[in-house]
Design a binder for this molecule. Structure first.
Ligand SMILES: NC(=O)C1=CN([C@@H]2O[C@H](COP(=O)(O)OP(=O)(O)OC[C@H]3O[C@@H](n4cnc5c(N)ncnc54)[C@H](OP(=O)(O)O)[C@@H]3O)[C@@H](O)[C@H]2O)C=CC1
Ligand SMILES: CC(=O)N[C@@H](CCC(=O)OP(=O)(O)O)C(=O)O
Length: 345
């Protein structure tokens, strides 16, 4: 099956390229670049030399759909809302890595993303692509709104406990940290080496665009309104997200019992690894892989549960989950092409 990638020279695209290259049923058809059309992909990314020597193309919906079977959009927010309608009208399935089709409310999108929203009829067609939770819907969808990197780690960490009545729903705090590739490849002062190296900073306090996304998933699953405290931090490393999540328990429950609950919840989901009691997952332990590792601890003094959830932002947080969704959409084993060990050390 031929896959096209739009947003060719970005980090999402280059990670999709790496994963598609080793997928047994996918191959790279077209790579579209807004800024570098006409150049060779391996001129921009020399690590592709002699492996993928393809010219980067201009966007043309008709020829893209003629030459490919599926399209990944790895463009900044505000771009795919215009491209996806043209592609869907040509009858091709789309996986959008941006936030343009994740939020059901156009007003919320405008408020948090500061762009004009996609047309409502296309938002309605989108399936939120959190593979472990919405696998059945994903299988029959033509448009996948691939989740944000932080929401993937946060919701996979929270959902098993949030769906019980053990927790005070008003008490959820998500302390999130990301490596710099989460900000994409384009130059900016905030991710500049001299600004980020030997430094740790919190950003977008109370204003992060992933707040409504996490709340939407929790509300859908819990069926009651919920608000969270979510703070993001930039860490001087390349890849990886850690969400440290705090929740107040309404009653005294041992870590052991919560551990069993998580194991049961994820027993049929190979990419979520509930770690052994007493162990705490680290970002390096999922590096380059599609795993989300979860560690659990209840402090009996405070009756508070701490959940540690780690992913590689470019894999389970973006390109890996996108491929997992394509596997589901095609009836292939969801691990196809994604079963590699994490890169360690
Ligand atoms: N990085 C991450 O960890 C994650 C990213 N995402 C989301 O995935 C999407 C891609 O992210 P990422 O690859 O990191 O971002 P990058 O900034 O690295 O790449 C985006 C690419 O999109 C293209 N582009 C930029 N502006 C425009 C435009 N106005 N019109 C068309 N194309 C444009 C550019 O490539 P070219 O000029 O070659 O077309 C650019 O390199 C974003 O929406 C991001 O929020 C989601 C989860 C995790
Ligand atoms: C480290 C870093 O800057 N991360 C980005 C994640 C962007 C992203 O993936 O968000 P959308 O796909 O929802 O646009 C951020 O915090 O905004």
């Amino acid at each position: 099956m031929k896959a096209a990638i739009i947003g060719g020279t970005g980090y999402g695209s280059i990670e999709l390229t790496r994963l598609i290259q080793k997928h047994p049923f996918l191959e790279i058809g077209s790579v579209v670049s807004n800024s570098q059309a006409g150049s060779n992909f391996s001129d921009i990314y020399p690590h592709l030399s002699n492996i993928i020597d393809k010219p980067l193309e201009k966007f043309d919906a008709n020829s893209l759909c003629e030459q490919n079977d599926i399209v990944f959009l790895a463009t900044p927010s505000g771009v795919s809302s215009n491209l996806v309608p043209q592609l869907l009208d040509n009858g091709i399935k789309c996986i959008d890595l941006s936030g343009d089709f994740r939020l059901r409310s156009a007003e919320e999108y405008e408020l948090w993303y500061k762009h004009s929203p996609a047309e409502q009829k296309f938002i309605k067609k989108a399936t939120y692509g959190l593979s472990e939770i919405y696998g059945e819907k994903i299988k029959t969808s033509n448009l996948i709104a691939n989740p944000g990197c932080y929401p993937t780690a946060a919701t996979l960490g929270l959902l098993p406990i949030a769906k019980t009545d053990y927790i005070d729903q008003k008490s959820i705090i998500i302390d999130a940290k990301s490596g710099v590739t989460g900000a994409g490849r384009s130059l900016s002062i905030t991710s500049h080496y001299a600004e980020i190296n030997e430094n740790l900073k919190a950003y977008k306090l109370g204003a992060h665009q992933h707040i409504p996304e996490i709340e939407q998933v929790l509300q859908d699953e819990i069926d009651s309104p919920i608000t969270i405290t979510f703070t993001t931090h930039l860490v001087p490393m390349l890849r990886g997200i850690m969400c440290t999540i705090y929740v107040n328990l309404k009653e005294n429950i041992a870590t052991n019992e919560i551990h069993q609950l998580y194991n049961e919840f994820y027993k049929n989901h190979p990419f979520v690894r509930v770690r052994l009691l007493g162990t705490v997952p680290e970002t390096k332990e999922v590096l380059g892989s599609n795993y989300c590792d979860i560690g659990l601890h209840v402090d009996p003094r405070t009756n508070r549960l701490t959940i540690i959830s780690v992913i590689d932002n470019l894999v389970k947080g973006a390109a890996g989950q996108a491929i997992q969704n394509v596997n589901l959409m095609n009836g292939w084993d969801e691990q196809t092409g994604l079963a590699d060990l994490p890169l360690y050390p």
